[in-house]
Ligand binder design. Structure first.
Ligand SMILES: *Cc1c(COP(=O)(O)O)cnc(C)c1O
Length: 462
């Protein structure tokens, strides 16, 4: 299995190389050269299997000879051992034919743990084998950073730096990043918004001298390994509801297009998915793009679902690559327009492909709060604001096909918004109940590339 860049000119890599590289050297994102197919019988055989067994069956065809079968099984087992639920990704029913996929039972209470815990295991195995070290720099709107720190804290051949927008993450998110005591963990509060953090990260990757000097590696959803780990729960949940014998639909609260793109890969692998519905908050660039065929950046307005407060949606590039028939030059042209003009217009054929594949909806702040309240009343389920955005959009797409809405975070990760909507302050699970008492350690930094690079150079261990 080989990996190619969405912009067509970077070197073709193995799975291991693509995972350790992150952003391609031509500025693109790595995708598999071909998407492996699972047969009807292979998917049917997943019924009744453990999450780990489904994970192995879904991901094995993508990893080539990076790990032996036994090694890969061991890494999967270690990745999900720390989850607080035996099913890993349990389904609960909200309404007739509407189901919620709870992806928040991992160590940092958000779906990012599914990918990050596995990546942590895979990075460690690969680095131990090669005897090398890396510097991980990640940009976060809150959950990626906490999940990355949790996955890499204390590893001896990794230093991890997380850039988050100062004052724009929830207190639980911040504390999960600032309270780990390990010396290889560095939380950096940037004076800017998430897009500034992500832009600084991209600039570091495009500074090849710096990139090679510090052995930079990325764990944002530009990393193919993350997308791959997220494909698994589309299979595990669909099979519980009768796939491949009957189709299912999914609604996914998204900003960076990473999670929904994983659903698209599941569909291309042969999982019978009817609708894939994109749910956005008021920062609705993806909804607007899918409705109009034009992607246009606007300012970010902070919302009660901050992990989706995004205007530059990295993973959309992967979908564009497919929509353009895997024409890297066409994608590179569109990305150039986005950078220079703040927008691009998708060509007719590509737009039609996207329209056929993805539906979309946008949810206001008031609707989000109302959905948290009504779902508690009708189903007894306390939703985080991101999950509520999904549930609200999904209700417009209910029909004869079962709908699965992804619940991306635990309500206790966003207690203020949940309390405001319901009057109930959701408690943290007992295993992390002392989070508010732990001491914090963070460095405030300006939104300036040179300052950030200098700080990273000074802090990495030889
Ligand atoms: C990251 C995140 C999202 C958005 O995920 P995408 O990668 O943008 O699809 C949604 N909800 C929560 C809680 C998140 O942490």
């Amino acid at each position: 299995m080989r990996y190619v860049s969405t912009r067509g000119t970077a070197p073709v890599l193995t799975f291991e190389e693509a995972m350790m590289t992150g952003l391609a050297r031509d500025g693109g994102l790595y995708v598999p050269e071909t998407v492996p197919q699972l047969s009807h019988a292979q998917i049917a055989a997943m019924a009744g299997q453990s999450y780990e067994d489904v994970a192995y069956d879904v991901m094995r065809p993508f990893i080539g000879d990076t790990f032996t079968d036994a090694e890969f099984k061991g890494l999967i087992a270690a990745a999900y051992r720390g989850f607080g639920h035996a099913a890993r990704a349990p389904l609960v029913q909200l309404a007739p034919n509407h189901f919620l996929l709870e992806l928040f039972h991992g160590p940092t209470l958000a779906f990012k743990d599914f990918a990050m815990q596995l990546i942590g295991q895979m990075f460690q195995a690969s680095l131990t084998r090669s005897g090398s070290r890396i510097t991980i720099v990640g940009a976060t709107s809150g959950d990626t950073g906490s999940a990355a720190i949790e996955a890499f804290r204390g590893l001896k051949n990794v230093d991890v730096f997380i850039l988050y927008p100062h004052g724009r993450v929830s207190e639980v998110q911040r504390r999960q990043m600032t309270t780990p005591v390990e010396a290889n963990v560095h939380a950096l509060a940037v004076d800017g918004d998430f897009d500034d953090c992500q832009a600084a990260l991209k600039d570091m990757f495009n500074d090849f001298a710096f990139r090679d000097e510090v052995r930079l590696a990325g764990v944002n959803s530009i990393n193919w390994g993350r997308v791959l780990a997220q494909v698994v729960y589309y299979f595990s949940s669909a099979v519980s509801l009768g796939a491949p014998h009957r189709p299912v639909s999914f609604t996914v609260p998204t900003g960076n297009f990473g999670d929904i793109y994983a659903g698209f890969i599941a569909k291309r692998m042969g999982l019978p998915i009817d609708k894939l519905v994109v749910a956005t908050n008021q920062n609705d660039i993806l909804h607007r793009t899918l409705q109009t065929g034009v992607q246009q950046k606007m300012g970010v307005t902070p919302s009660i679902s901050p992990s989706m407060d995004i205007q530059v949606s990295s993973n959309f590039e992967r979908a564009l690559f497919d929509a353009y028939g895997r024409d890297g030059a066409a994608v590179a042209g569109q990305m150039e327009d986005l950078k220079s003009k703040g927008q691009f217009a998708i060509s007719q054929g590509a737009y039609e492909m996207l329209r056929q594949t993805f539906a979309s909806g946008r949810v206001s702040e008031d609707e989000t709060r109302a959905t948290i309240k009504s779902t508690l009343a009708t189903a007894g389920e306390l939703l985080c604001p991101h999950s509520a955005v999904g549930v609200r959009v999904a209700t417009d797409h209910l029909g004869p096909v079962p709908m699965i809405t992804l619940a991306t975070a635990h309500p206790a990760k966003f207690p203020d918004a949940v309390e405001q909507a319901t009057g109930i302050r959701p408690p943290l699970p007992p295993r992390m109940a002392d989070l508010y008492e732990r001491a914090e350690r963070v460095t405030r930094v300006p939104n300036d590339l040179f300052t950030l690079q200098t700080l990273i150079r000074e802090r990495i261990r030889p």
